[in-house]
Design a protein around this ligand. Structure first.
Ligand SMILES: Nc1nc2c(c(=O)[nH]1)N[C@H]1C(S)=C(S)[C@@H](COP(=O)(O)OP(=O)(O)OC[C@H]3O[C@@H](n4cnc5c(N)ncnc54)[C@H](O)[C@@H]3O)O[C@H]1N2
Ligand code: MOO
Length: 530
């Protein structure tokens, strides 16, 4: 017998429980050293401290001449001039420059000892008589166009804190600061188990069977949340098959889809009981997705007791309900396991009133228009058409929210390149465990991993083709919750200027970053305007 969901956990409590569930496991995971070429998209396990001064030596900021003292300046004679190109970038230390002398220098070259300024080539005249003159319009200022050693950082300065997501810019900074490899948080290994005999992997639905919409979606979403997806398996609706798959999985987190409710072939609860698992969350007061669950699988069963506890996230089978479960339970659980900071999405005003559930929180796909959250149509539990054009999921408190109410909007984890580059590592297979194969492939291509793409600017016009109405009364989750908000299709017209705005996801990730010392200084005062 399955356990009824008599007292579901509140939505905020469920997220808090999921965020705390794996604190111990996260603390025990040893950092993984990764070469820079494999570190993109990972999270720093330790602060990034500069291994050198930056710049490492006084550097010319311009092509021109290094000068010593006031002008005019003597230029090297042909005999003295070993290299008529002067001092180039990449040269070692050069001879001191005597007072009243100048020597040609390239951008990025080490400024010779004794130099007091650099004169840009367009501001000086070499008349060929052995003397360099500065143009009257550009009097030389002491130190001009010299980037002083240590201007950006001193060796030992903390450049980035632990928990920073490794972006392309972080890779560049780490390289500049002397790193060949980075300590990164170990990615939690996650296995996805897709339950349901009715599911087809290709072709058109037929004979009462439908296409598996979760197999292609859940793995990529988990990767965007920082997981290493070791495999996606489809299982038959047999109790023993589900039990064996969960019991034998080597993953840190097992994510199941379907089978969470009380139907005759809903095997998730019986499997957890058979495994002696502890149900941390058993049903959440949220629509869609209320049968979602989170369990701690007993440590050492069936592995040795020394093994850290594993977790299981049970996502409901209805596809939008599964997305709700991903963001409610999997996101906070993986956030802790990946050492990422909690996202801090700002609230957004609702462009339309949204009807609430009397007791439960609702999660509604929304798009942004002029910073307002516009509820999208096709938001029923079994539908993906709304979420496929959404920027986020608005959190509607019990009882609903009026137009203009500020509501929290959950960002949708998304990274196109992660998905594209790594998808081959996660091919779904029915009853075949590929989990042990190709896990390393998941790391390949990571250098092309990005942190997000502008989802709002891509083809939202597709949604404008939506003309049919969501059928009323088919929603089991609450009266009217399946209904379309009036006028929301305006958001899906595809011509909306808001579609070009910076995606919230990116903006939020940026706000996680602390400002490092000296960040404000992008042009040195000595350099002047370029
Ligand atoms: N007596 C009750 N029945 C149901 C309740 C309830 O409270 N009492 N809750 C309903 C809600 S809400 C949901 S959500 C579902 C959750 O059911 P399960 O997690 O057991 O999922 P299934 O029964 O296996 O499937 C539900 C639905 O989703 C379709 N599905 C499943 N997997 C996929 C997939 N990979 N791709 C596409 N569609 C999938 C499946 O065919 C069903 O239509 O329970 C309700 N019932
Ligand atoms: O997951 Mo159910 O369909 O709560 O809506």
């Amino acid at each position: 017998m399955n356990q009824p969901h008599h007292s579901p956990t509140s939505w905020p409590d469920a997220r808090a429980i999921a965020a705390r569930a794996a604190v111990k496991e996260a603390a025990h995971a040893a950092p993984v050293m990764r070469p820079l070429s494999e570190a993109l998209g990972q999270v720093l396990a330790a602060p990034l401290e500069a291994l050198t001064d930056l710049p490492p030596f006084d550097t010319s900021a311009m092509d021109g001449w290094a000068l010593a003292g006031p002008g005019p300046w003597r230029l090297p004679t042909d005999e003295e001039d070993q290299d008529h190109r002067g001092i180039l970038a990449g040269h070692g230390e050069t001879a001191p420059l005597p007072d009243g002398h100048a020597v040609r220098i390239a951008t990025g070259a080490r400024v010779p000892p004794g130099a007091t300024a650099v004169l840009r080539s367009e501001y000086g005249t070499d008349a060929g008589d052995g003397w360099l003159h500065a143009s009257a319009a550009h009097p030389v200022v002491l130190g001009q166009d010299i980037r002083n050693r240590g201007q950006e950082c001193r060796s030992g300065d903390q450049l980035l804190p632990a928990g920073t997501l490794v972006t392309p810019a972080v890779l560049g900074l780490a390289a500049a600061a002397g790193y060949d490899e980075l300590p990164t948080v170990r990615r939690p290994r996650v296995e996805v188990l897709i339950l349901g005999d009715e599911l087809l992997t290709e072709g058109l639905p037929h004979g009462g069977r439908i296409r598996d919409a979760l197999g292609p979606m859940v793995g990529p979403w988990l990767r965007a949340l920082g997981a290493e997806v070791i495999g996606t398996r489809r299982l038959t609706d047999e109790a023993d098959a589900v039990y064996a798959a969960v019991a034998e999985s080597s993953a840190d987190v097992v994510v199941t889809t379907g089978g969470t409710a009380a139907g005759p072939v809903d095997h998730v609860h019986p499997t957890l009981r058979r495994l002696g698992a502890e149900l941390l969350v058993d049903g959440v007061a949220v629509r869609p997705g209320h049968p979602m669950l989170l369990a701690r699988l007993a440590a050492g069963d069936p592995e040795p007791p020394t093994r850290p506890a594993r977790h299981l996230v049970g996502l409901p089978g209805n596809p939008l309900a599964a997305v709700s479960g991903l963001l409610t339970l999997a996101e906070p659980l993986l956030r802790t396991l990946t050492g990422r900071p909690a996202p801090a999405p700002g609230p957004a005003p609702l462009a339309e009133a949204v009807q609430g559930h009397p007791r439960d929180t609702r999660l509604i796909p929304v798009t942004f228009r002029q910073d307002a959250a516009v509820p999208l149509r096709f938001n029923g539990p079994a539908m993906l058409r709304g979420i496929a054009v959404a920027d986020g999921l608005a959190v509607i408190p019990p009882g609903g929210a009026k137009r203009g109410t500020e509501v929290e909007v959950l960002d949708l984890p998304w990274s196109a390149t992660v998905t594209e580059q790594l998808s081959h590592a996660d091919q779904t297979s029915r009853g075949t465990d590929r989990a042990r194969h190709g896990t390393d492939r998941a790391r390949h291509g990571a250098e092309r991993t990005g942190r997000g793409t502008n989802r709002t600017s891509r083809g939202t016009g597709r949604a404008s083709q939506c003309t049919d109405q969501v059928s009323k009364g088919t929603d089991r989750t609450g009266k009217g919750t399946d209904q379309v908000s009036k006028g929301t299709d305006r958001a899906a017209k595809g011509t909306d200027p808001a579609a070009q705005r910076t995606p919230r996801a990116n903006r939020n990730q940026r706000t996680d970053r602390p400002v490092a010392r000296g960040d404000a200084e992008d042009i040195s005062p000595q350099e002047g305007p370029a």
